[in-house]
Design a protein around this ligand. Structure first.
Ligand SMILES: C[S@@+](CC[C@H](N)C(=O)[O-])C[C@H]1O[C@@H](n2cnc3c(N)ncnc32)[C@H](O)[C@@H]1O
Length: 220
């Protein structure tokens, strides 16, 4: 059984335990797949907006998974019953929003965090590293003409981190999709450095410094 959306399929792959909570679920394709495939015994699917939650309800009924996926209308994990949850998934949202959702609820320290940011991945990694989370796996994936990244974080309490890891996380120079993700990110950083050179020379120099560190390891 496969999930047609490769971006969500990577998130499903990163799930480790039998009870996942998908925050910002929209159509609930991911939690429904997790229980249908047997990877999870049960799941929570939550969204801040009633419209997506209605779409989620239709998916669960249509796929016969409504008895194993519980729906909640909630902002992040606020007021969600997370007892027994092994994995929190935040996919398809901006890195800043994911970071806020994870860091405002200390219960997330007890779980694996599967994060798939659509933007500001470096902000997400940095803020989670500074709060004591580490990445134990990260993969890039090409899907529908874009390259996305998805990472699994765990709370270790260790707050030191490598500055290049803010940009490349747990991606590997040996994997083709990971190389493409990092190559595109470096292109954006180079353009930004050129654009900032006159008005914000310190930021431009920092970008150049990170690009040099990445270049050394990745040989792109
Ligand atoms: C672009 S969709 C992503 C859906 C799905 N997770 C995916 O990756 O395909 C983002 C969803 O997050 C929901 N959302 C935005 N902010 C949220 C918050 N603070 N708490 C829960 N859900 C939120 C939106 O209503 C929307 O349904």
């Amino acid at each position: 059984m496969i999930l047609p959306d490769k971006r969500l399929a990577v998130c499903a792959d990163l799930v480790t335990g039998g009870f996942a909570a998908d925050i910002g679920t929209d159509h609930a394709y991911l939690p429904s797949f997790l229980v249908r495939s047997g990877k999870c015994e049960r799941a929570i699917a939550s969204d801040i907006n009633p419209g997506p939650l209605e779409a989620a309800r239709r998916t669960l009924i249509g796929e016969g998974t409504a008895d194993r996926v519980e729906l909640f209308l909630a902002d992040g994990t606020k007021d969600l019953p997370l007892e027994g949850v092994t994995d929190i998934i935040c996919a398809g949202m901006g890195g800043e929003l994911i970071s806020r959702i994870i860091l405002e609820d200390e219960r997330t320290r007890e779980m694996h965090i599967i994060a798939q940011p659509m933007s500001r991945a470096e902000h997400l990694r940095k803020s989670l590293f500074e709060a004591g989370f580490s990445i134990d796996e990260e993969r890039a994936v090409r899907s529908k003409g874009h390259v996305y990244t998805a990472a699994r974080f765990v709370y270790t309490g260790r707050r030191e981190y490598d500055e290049a890891a803010v940009y490349t996380g747990g991606l590997s120079p040996l994997r083709e999709d990971d190389r493409e993700y990092v190559r595109l990110m470096c292109e954006r950083m180079k353009k930004a450095a050129i654009g900032m050179a006159a008005a914000r020379p310190d930021e431009a120099a920092y970008n150049e410094h990170i690009l040099a560190l990445i270049g050394e390891k990745w040989k792109l």
